[in-house]
Design a binder for this molecule. Structure first.
Ligand code: HEM
Length: 272
């Protein structure tokens, strides 16, 4: 069974291509190289990288609730263009969400090419993974599992943001998290996306030779430390932030649905 599978340098599962029988047409002309697999690979890396960078920025924006209600309110209105267009336009947020959604769907579709197709490939991979006992091959498997979970969880969140962009604010978000029961989804999403993103960046670095030193073993070890640090930092930041929304949501539960209005002295923009 193991002759059915082959892995590349980064531990990905591929199916061995059986040689074609030599016919007149295959022997006469040299077949042109198909560049599409390489192009799709670059596209998958690029969409993954863009999503990872977006997510890091997103976690910082969302965590401004830890500074103050007003800080998060200002960030939300900023993305609605309130400070340069005179009034907030939530449709701008929907536009950004649509771009992120397109990147997400594109990335997921490209990643699906590498999922095991059917039980036969799956058990061949499992056998190979257990025999091989290589950490990076197991990492690939964690990415398949977290990626699969992200299909469902991210879509719910993005649909919410796409259709209710105006309901982003300290009370609005806290009410959604607590009274709207979104916190279990955010908790799962946080762990899945931070693991997936951390492993994804690590694999990108190995695949494209970023931060490569003279000693490959040492480079891998150094990259693994960076990966663990990034995941740990964003999971901690995410948990503390989520706790702040839960806390605020519980305190605001009796007034759920009431929107935050900034103190008069700070209110220079019209919300409607
Ligand atoms: C443009 C797209 C996005 C927007 C506008 C957005 C906005 C927000 C906002 C405002 C919150 C605070 C809670 C709330 O209001 O419900 C939040 C929380 C969260 N978002 Fe997003 N989000 C976007 C994309 C994503 C993506 C792609 C992911 C992951 C795949 C993600 C993961 C999370 C997580 C895990 C939380 C919980 C926060 C925490 O634990 O600190 N978001 N998002």
């Amino acid at each position: 069974m193991s002759s059915l599978i082959k892995t590349n340098a980064s531990g990905e599962l591929g199916v061995q291509v059986l040689p074609l029988p030599l016919t007149q047409s295959t022997t006469q002309s040299t077949p042109r190289k198909n560049r599409w697999p390489a192009r799709l690979d670059v596209l998958q890396s690029a969409t993954g990288f863009a999503l990872a960078v977006f997510l890091m920025a997103h976690m910082f924006f969302v965590s401004t609730i830890l500074i103050s209600h007003q800080a998060f309110y200002s960030v939300a209105r900023f993305f609605e263009g309130a400070y340069f267009l005179g009034k907030p336009y939530p449709i701008l947020v929907s536009g950004v969400v649509a771009v992120i959604l397109a990147l997400f769907i594109g990335h997921a579709a490209l990643a699906m090419r590498k999922f095991p197709a059917g039980y036969r490939q799956f058990s061949a991979f499992r056998l190979h993974k257990n025999r091989f006992q290589h950490g990076d091959t197991s990492l690939w498997w964690i990415q398949v599992l977290t990626g699969f979970a992200l299909f469902f969880m991210t879509t719910v969140h993005l649909y919410d943001m796409l259709t209710q962009p105006a309901l982003i604010g300290p009370f609005e978000s806290a009410d959604r998290v607590w009274t709207g029961n979104m916190w279990p989804l955010y908790l799962g999403l946080l762990f899945a996306v931070e693991l997936h993103g951390g492993i994804g960046l690590y694999r990108l670095a190995i695949k494209w030779g970023w931060l490569e030193g003279h000693n490959p073993r040492q480079s891998r070890r150094r990259l693994a430390i960076v990966r663990h640090s990034i995941s740990a930092f964003f999971i901690t930041l995410g948990l503390v932030t989520l706790l702040a929304y839960v806390d605020l949501g519980r305190a605001h539960a009796d007034h759920a649905g009431e929107r935050y209005t900034p103190p008069q002295s700070l209110s220079s923009i019209d919300r409607h």
